[in-house]
Design a protein around this ligand. Structure first.
Ligand SMILES: [Zn+2]
Length: 105
């Protein structure tokens, strides 16, 4: 990678890497997923890179996504079983509308 890009996420799951990249794009931040095409070439490491000028904003977005993930706030698409972050109302993969939250008691 060139020195003008910054790594903002280190993922082991290409689905998650692309999800984060898509969310960064939705925030107007151009993100590139690196390593998903040739996972064997770098030990299975998948990273998301952004331009250096976007690195700070991207880090904030990623931190929010990771916080949501660790709190279990994401939801599973009933159609394709992708885990989507809570801020999305439709599945990023197939466009299925998020099912209503079940109340837990
Ligand atoms: Zn889906």
């Amino acid at each position: 990678m060139s020195e003008t890009s910054r790594k903002v996420l280190h993922a082991h799951d290409p689905v998650h890497a692309h999800l984060v990249a898509g969310l960064l794009l939705s925030h107007g931040i151009g993100a590139v997923v690196v390593g998903d095409d040739h996972p064997w070439a770098n030990g299975g490491d998948i990273t998301v890179h952004v331009a250096a000028r976007d690195a700070e904003r991207a880090a904030a977005v990623v931190a929010e996504i990771e916080a949501n993930r660790s709190h279990g706030a994401h939801w599973m698409c009933p159609e394709c079983e992708l885990f989507a972050p809570t801020e999305l109302v439709t599945c990023p993969a197939c466009g299925t509308l998020r099912p209503p939250r079940r109340a837990r008691s």
